[in-house]
Write a protein that binds this ligand. Structure first.
Ligand SMILES: Cc1cc2nc3c(=O)[nH]c(=O)nc-3n(C[C@H](O)[C@H](O)[C@H](O)COP(=O)(O)OP(=O)(O)OC[C@H]3O[C@@H](n4cnc5c(N)ncnc54)[C@H](O)[C@@H]3O)c2cc1C
Ligand SMILES: *[C@@H]1O[C@H](CO)[C@@H](O)[C@H](O)[C@H]1NC(C)=O
Length: 379
């Protein structure tokens, strides 16, 4: 019987799963076809965007990689790349609807993998936003705004807010006014207090001003300047405002009964959509683990193993994913410093800057496209 695996989302998890199935499962399941549906022709190495939004931080070629050439070596009837956006799923007929530039397609699957990731509500280009052209256009425009701004306010005390503030402080601490708004007293609230304290100290050394214990209530539409109203009644005015909080799963096209109250795809421990045998999920769109690449990477590889078991007639060897319960987070603070936590240990600054701060693993992107690795794990 023919097996058509439709994968939604050409991000880290989607590309990784597609390659793994084509490399290991296709040779054992002759009638297997993989269809990768992606709203963008190019993968965006978004974890580098905290530096990439600065002009000259990374080149376009370091951050964007064309996806299709990586699949050129598989048989033509084995793989199909569909440039388009998934708009609906009908689990009764095992079909997805996809809007392409030319038409609306209805594609049937035997198994569906949902890997559409997450994004910021404001649509900032720290993730893929729309097509490649839209995404790179938004990034270039943000780079120009960063260059011309004299004052930049960042909101969000999570890793992305801290890393972005760190890069801006490192590059412009003495020439632009950089402010970071955080809800709590310290950044990185999900980590050991000591880690947040180090991050705050390093940011202050880079002349980033931290405004703590407040939330953003509203921000005016970007004009010449933006005015940002805070929960304590203060108003900040800045040339550029970057709201880097409130990450949301890209799940608007998924039937509501498959989602939790925050819009995450509900997954069981085998990475199947709860209640369905042939719908699977990995990465930021799902509720299995925190929204981090190290988890998306592991989930994609685990999902491909489980799907391999099912497709090769060994459904009994489907395995549960053991979710990570302790944080594993590396946070850069500018080019030279960083902090983070690995299980219960605080990671020394030099380890973070050596492991991550130099390149943000951009050297791994061509391997992802070619099907050799996702980030640090090989496929
Ligand atoms: C600035 C930033 C820095 C980060 N740094 C780190 C870090 O250092 N370490 C770490 O562990 N994690 C980090 N993360 C988190 C990491 O980026 C995510 O966990 C990771 O991208 C998740 O991968 P994914 O494959 O699930 O989704 P994504 O990489 O988001 O890929 C999803 C893809 O699906 C596409 N898509 C969306 N909707 C549709 C649709 N309807 N139809 C078709 N395609 C669609 C998207 O455009 C995108 O191309 C960072 C996140 C941000 C924002
Ligand atoms: C695809 O087409 C079939 C047949 O017309 C229909 O029943 C199904 O709902 C469509 N799928 C989606 C996701 O719209």
């Amino acid at each position: 019987m023919g097996e058509t695996i439709v994968i939604l989302g050409g991000g880290y998890a989607g590309i990784g799963t597609a390659h793994k199935l084509l490399k290991y499962t296709k040779p054992k399941v002759k009638e297997l076809k993989v269809v990768l549906v992606s709203s963008t022709t190019h993968h965006f190495w978004n974890i580098a965007s905290v530096r990439g939004v600065l002009p000259g931080g990374f080149t376009d070629e370091e951050m964007y990689h064309s996806i299709e050439p990586g699949f050129a070596n598989y048989d033509k009837d084995t793989f199909e790349f569909v440039l388009g956006t998934a708009t609906g799923i009908d689990t009764a007929t095992n079909s997805v609807s996809v809007n392409t530039a030319d038409d609306a397609r209805n594609i049937t699957y035997t198994h569906l993998v949902i890997a559409t990731g997450s994004s910021y509500p404001g649509g900032l280009p720290f993730t893929t936003v729309g097509t490649y052209e839209e995404s790179i256009g938004a990034l270039h425009s943000l780079q120009r705004n960063v260059e011309s701004a004299k004052s930049i306010v960042i909101a969000g005390g999570g890793p992305t807010g801290v890393e972005t503030a760190g890069e801006l402080g490192y590059a412009y601490g003495d020439s632009k006014q950089i402010t970071l708004i955080i809800e709590g007293g310290k950044p990185l609230p999900i980590l050991n207090p000591d880690v947040g304290k180090t991050a705050a100290m390093e940011l202050e050394r880079l002349q980033v001003k931290i405004v703590g214990g407040v939330r953003v209530v509203s921000a005016s539409p970007p004009d010449d300047q933006v005015s940002i109203t805070l929960s304590d009644g203060q108003t900040l005015v800045a040339d550029l405002y970057l709201p880097l909080y409130g990450m949301r799963p890209n799940s608007g096209f998924i039937p509501a009964q498959l989602l939790d109250e925050r819009g995450n795809l509900k997954l069981d421990k085998n990475l199947r959509a709860v209640g369905l045998d042939n719908v699977w999920g990995a990465g930021d769109v799902g509720d299995a683990e925190p929204k981090q690449l190290i988890y998306a990477e592991r989930q994609a590889l685990h999902l491909a193993d489980n799907l391999h078991a099912v497709l090769t007639g060994n459904a009994g060897s489907v395995k549960e994913l053991r979710p990570t319960v302790t944080p594993q987070v590396f946070v850069t603070v500018g080019k030279k410093k960083g902090t983070g936590q690995y299980n219960w240990f605080k990671i020394p600054s030099f380890v973070v800057s050596a492991a991550k701060g130099k390149t943000f693993f951009t050297e791994k992107a061509s391997g992802l496209i070619a099907g050799k690795n996702i980030v640090r794990s090989s496929i």
